[in-house]
Design a protein around this ligand. Structure first.
Ligand SMILES: NC(=O)c1ccc[n+]([C@@H]2O[C@H](COP(=O)([O-])OP(=O)(O)OC[C@H]3O[C@@H](n4cnc5c(N)ncnc54)[C@H](O)[C@@H]3O)[C@@H](O)[C@H]2O)c1
Ligand SMILES: [Zn+2]
Length: 454
């Protein structure tokens, strides 16, 4: 026993750290971290660690990969004189200058949601023609029911036929969250990673699905079971697309906005409380109502705050390694609920039902006052969001939390509001609180919980 211990200690001593330097075209390991920079052309941020073990050598490669992407608001994206859609992802002024000088024709593969194509197809075609773009426009029925690997493969076949340069010709996705998620996954797979651009056309995708790194499709009856964490090179946001969203889809997007308000921003909650209905009525288009602070109108103020607080949560945790995520509020039970009743509930609606129940959990845990709870539920109702659903049974809640337990390190991490616009993550909510909250939730908002299958 003692001998083995000694041997371990000896082996530990043999761990060596190497920096990686390039001289001309060759990379070389240099032991240690002190490098004479003038003797080399480049020092990589990567490192290699070497350790001898009883059975041989272990090499540990540490290779920091930085993802940089831009989220840009731009009005009139489809105005032929606005080159954001084609060149806005090139952030280096020198590259942009070189590109413009090269007179190389612009080539783009564009996937657009079929319903969006019905409305904006002529404008989009005119835009691409006016800018002499060599393009392939693929209009697809990117619905939640079609959010599958088959749709990804269909896109990939067309991409392959079109033959684009994966370094300089990003794929463009124009549509709601479903379209952006499917195209993002297709792009991540094509030649291992082809850059792509997101253009959200629903409120939900404007303030949520276009901001992070997640792509995905449904698989084995589970939401977004297949996917990747690869951000787009850019997301271009044009609020005018939202004006043609059906009213129900504005409410749908407002649910994700309310999520961020409840978790992080009391000001946004109060704005939604006071002006949410007006935003729903005007579909986030320029309004003549009272200006918010900073002189921004309510629509741009609300989207500005929602995007800023969302990016603040996403950027430090792009790959979701940290399981303590406030953005998961409303997303513990809703995935199973959404899949169970598909297509009757929209994503944001399922999220809202989950949030509504969790607000009761918060109240029963002593984290929210009765008045705060009522204000939140009233705000949800004003935004025309469902606050209860018969398919959200105690059985489904328990099963969702059990599943969560399996996938998040043996703890159910539950983001809960602790007042208005503030939240914390809890992992000790008791079954008794969950049941009591469920009874009250059903009593106040739904039918009697007696006939719910527990
Ligand atoms: N990747 C992420 O981080 C992330 C975040 C949140 C949600 N999502 C995903 O997003 C999806 C939900 O997105 P969604 O709510 O945008 O749904 P969606 O993509 O299904 O779009 C909703 C409907 O609106 C139509 N539509 C889109 N733009 C329109 C426009 N400008 N005018 C008229 N009709 C328009 C679409 O054809 C569709 O019928 C879910 O699959 C969800 O999993 C992903
Ligand atoms: Zn969501």
């Amino acid at each position: 026993m003692g001998k083995v211990h000694l041997q371990d200690k000896d082996l530990k001593k043999k761990k060596r750290e190497f920096s990686l330097v390039r001289v001309k075209d060759t990379w070389k390991c240099k032991q240690g971290t002190k490098i004479k920079r003038d003797a080399v052309d480049c020092v990589s941020p990567a490192k290699i660690f070497e350790r001898n073990t009883a059975n041989g050598t272990t090499w540990t490669v540490q290779s920091p990969i930085v993802f940089t992407y831009t989220v840009t608001e731009s009005q009139s994206l489809l105005d032929p004189s606005n080159d954001t859609l084609l060149l806005g992802h090139i952030t280096d002024p020198q590259h942009l200058e070189e590109f413009k000088k090269s007179l190389k024709p612009i080539k783009r593969f564009v996937v657009v949601d079929q319903d969006v194509y019905q409305i904006y197809g002529p404008k989009l075609t005119e835009y691409l023609k006016a800018n002499n773009v060599q393009y392939k426009l693929l209009a697809l029925p990117t619905t939640e029911e079609n959010k599958s690997m088959e749709m990804v493969l269909k896109i990939l076949e067309e991409v392959n036929d079109f033959s684009l340069d994966r370094r300089t010709e990003p794929i463009i996705a124009i549509g709601g969250g479903v379209c952006l998620d499917i195209v993002g996954l297709a792009a991540s797979l094509y030649r291992r990673r082809t850059p792509y651009i997101r253009v959200p056309t629903t409120l939900l995708s404007y303030i949520d699905a276009s901001l992070g790194a997640k792509t995905g499709v449904n698989f084995a009856q589970c939401k977004n079971k297949l996917g990747a964490y690869i951000p787009p090179v850019a997301a271009f946001l044009d609020l005018t697309f939202i004006q043609t969203n059906p009213r129900r889809h504005i409410s749908n997007g407002l649910a994700e906005m309310l999520k961020m308000a409840l978790m992080k921003h009391r000001g946004l909650f109060e704005l939604l409380e006071k002006q949410g209905r007006m935003l729903l009525d005007t579909k986030f288009q320029a309004d003549s109502s009272v200006c918010g602070h900073n002189g921004l109108q309510a629509a741009s103020q609300a989207t500005y705050i929602a995007i800023t607080v969302m990016l603040e949560e996403l950027a430090p945790n792009l790959w979701e390694d940290d399981l303590n995520r406030l953005v998961d509020f409303g997303h513990l039970i809703s995935p199973a609920l959404e899949m169970k009743v598909l297509p009757s509930l929209l994503h944001g609606e399922a999220v809202n039902i989950d949030m509504s129940y969790m607000v009761y959990v918060s109240k029963e845990s002593g984290l929210l006052s009765e008045e705060e709870k009522q204000r939140i539920i009233r705000c949800m109702v004003d935004l025309e969001l469902p606050v209860w659903h018969e398919a959200c049974t105690m059985e489904l809640i328990q099963k969702s939390l059990q599943d969560r337990l399996k996938h998040s390190g043996g703890l159910v991490r539950m983001p809960l509001p602790v007042g208005l616009g503030k939240a914390e993550i809890f992992n000790n909510t008791t079954s008794e609180v969950l049941h009591r909250a469920y009874e009250k939730w059903c009593h106040d908002l739904g039918v009697s919980s007696d006939n719910q299958d527990d």
